[in-house]
Design a binder for this molecule. Sequence first.
Ligand code: PMM
Length: 300
Amino acid sequence: MAVLPGLPGSSPADRCLVMGVVNVTPDSFSDGGQWYGAEVAIKHGLELVAAGADIVDVGGESTRPGAQRVSAGEELRRVGPVITELVKAGVVVSVDTMRAQVAEFALEAGVSLVNDVSGGLADPYMPRLVAKAGVPYVVMHWRGHSHDMQSRAVYQDVVREVRDELAQRIDAVTAEGVDPSMIVVDPGLGFSKLPDWQGPDANNWELLTRLAEVARIGARDFPVLVGASRKRFLGRLLAGPDGRPRLFAESDDATVAVTALAAAAGAWCVRVHQVPANADAVRVAAAWRSATARRGAQRS
Ligand code: PMM
């Protein structure tokens, strides 16, 4: 199990980390079917690392809006061999699951992080399991399963409500024994968030541009993971003159732009489907941040 920069027991992070995505699903949001099958998924995970990914996030259940759940057995069948082989190959792996049963298998296989898009809400056994394993835990903002999550995208003040709901999840998971210093928060872009980019319902943009406020919970600034890659709100922004949203895979350049901005704003990690340009973007952002900090130090 690797210790990740910027978290306890490791060096400070000198740049935002890049998490490459391997969705071992036939129906994921943006790359469904492409890496469905252990052999192609393992190969893809290794390619992501060669391209500069710090972490490979392996998931076996689609969370696209409207998706129905798969059984735990099916989820394990999809991710089990992929996780086992990638860990064996020395890759830093995270498991993207809402199920303790799947996370337990993955932890025994040696994953370094549990990425739970439900923040412990979907499976009450998850927080205790993660606490026992002592690994970093991504707690994402979530209001319910994918089949009807968009009906829950109702906010008066999206930043305040997301932060308050994350604070409740942090209280709940720490009550189960999770070390707060091992928690990474995630605003859950696209999960019960409206995809508009103008007006009062531009939920994802409000969150993206106010990451520090989302992550300031209690007296602590939690590390933040940003999952904007290929999401519908980018496709909507890039719609053509006919109003038709851009296809998922055609919003990779926009994802890179978000990565640069989020990393410059201090995000701990970005979760992306295409690694190379995002890996460059986090290095640009790191140079940007260090030049800014140097200037600040000279002035004071
Ligand atoms: N988004 C997806 C899946 N897992 N995990 C975290 N922590 N944050 C996210 O935003 C997130 C996630 C859905 O994206 P995909 O199915 O296109 O990979």
